[in-house]
Design a protein around this ligand. Structure first.
Ligand code: KIV
Length: 271
């Protein structure tokens, strides 16, 4: 079994993303929110580190991402950027940081690049967000789009619901591509629709709960490695159980402190 899949030390760039689709090479994306996680994912060979506003849920403990601020995103993005050597760092624009006007989107995208160290930003929404995507990309800040079950729209959707409006989603995907985005996240939709959208575009799609027909896949770190408690959606597959490792390690530490086994000789300074 291969435990180390890094294939190249060359940085993964926005043009590489487009090239990956041409060459049918799947793009691997994992969310990251801090320095050590970014370092590990980068060194293991992940193509894109996504500083997701999912941090509102998995790091901050809120029920959704709507309370995440631009300052939160700048802070976490700067931690991840410091740990990334090869991976492309894409940072989410949080709720209300791009909806007011294309100019607001550009100003805040600029802060994520200058202060947060992001290589690219991600905006939710299709047709309704196209003007903002166009303004940001015209300033040469690469944009990743995001359509389908967009978590910043949960109140409009009535919850985290799989999206099935094929005509609307095909229009959204086309609008994001025409506005200049270099990639598009497809979240929470039937697999057949994920594949249909993927085939209709020249930019790569990154799926999360959108089936195997996408050009790449993204998962939230905490779901991928069972870190922290919370609802695990159907589309998640976990590759390790950090909850178990940390709980067992903590119990062992508690036992050793209480029994006097820690600190041992090796952990003490001699006189
Ligand atoms: O915020 C996030 O982590 C995301 C991914 C789940 C796509 O947008």
């Amino acid at each position: 079994m291969s435990t180390y899949t890094m294939t190249s030390t060359k940085p993964f760039t926005v043009p590489d993303c487009i090239q990956a689709k041409v060459q049918s090479r799947k793009i691997v994306v994992v969310t990251a929110y801090d320095f050590p996680t970014a370092q590990m994912l980068d060194q293991a060979g992940v193509d894109i580190l996504l500083v997701g506003d999912s941090l509102g849920m998995v790091v901050q403990g809120h029920p959704h991402s709507l309370t995440v601020t631009l300052e939160d995103m700048i802070y976490h993005s700067s931690l991840v950027a410091r740990g990334a050597r090869r991976s492309l760092v894409v940072t989410d624009m949080p709720f209300m940081s791009y909806q007011i006007s294309p100019e607001q989107a550009l100003e805040n995208a600029g802060r994520l690049v200058q202060e947060g160290g992001a290589h690219a930003v991600k905006l939710e929404g299709g047709v309704r967000t196209a003007a903002a995507i166009e303004t940001v990309t015209q300033a040469h800040i690469p944009v990743m789009g995001h359509i389908g079950l967009t978590p910043q729209s949960i109140h409009q959707f009535g919850g985290f619901r799989v999206q099935r409006d094929e005509a609307q989603l095909l229009d959204d995907a086309q609008a994001v591509q025409e506005a200049g985005a270099f990639a598009l996240v497809l979240e929470g939709m039937p697999s057949a629709l994920g594949e249909k959208i993927t085939k209709s575009l020249s930019i790569p799609t990154i799926g999360i709960g959108a089936g195997a027909g996408c050009d790449g896949q993204v998962l939230v770190f905490h779901d991928l490695f069972q870190y922290g408690v919370g609802h695990r959606p159907k589309f998640v597959k976990s590759y390790a159980n950090l909850n178990q490792v940390i709980t067992e390690g903590t119990r062992h530490f508690i036992d050793e402190v209480r029994s006097g086994a820690f600190p041992g000789e090796a952990q003490q300074y001699s006189s």
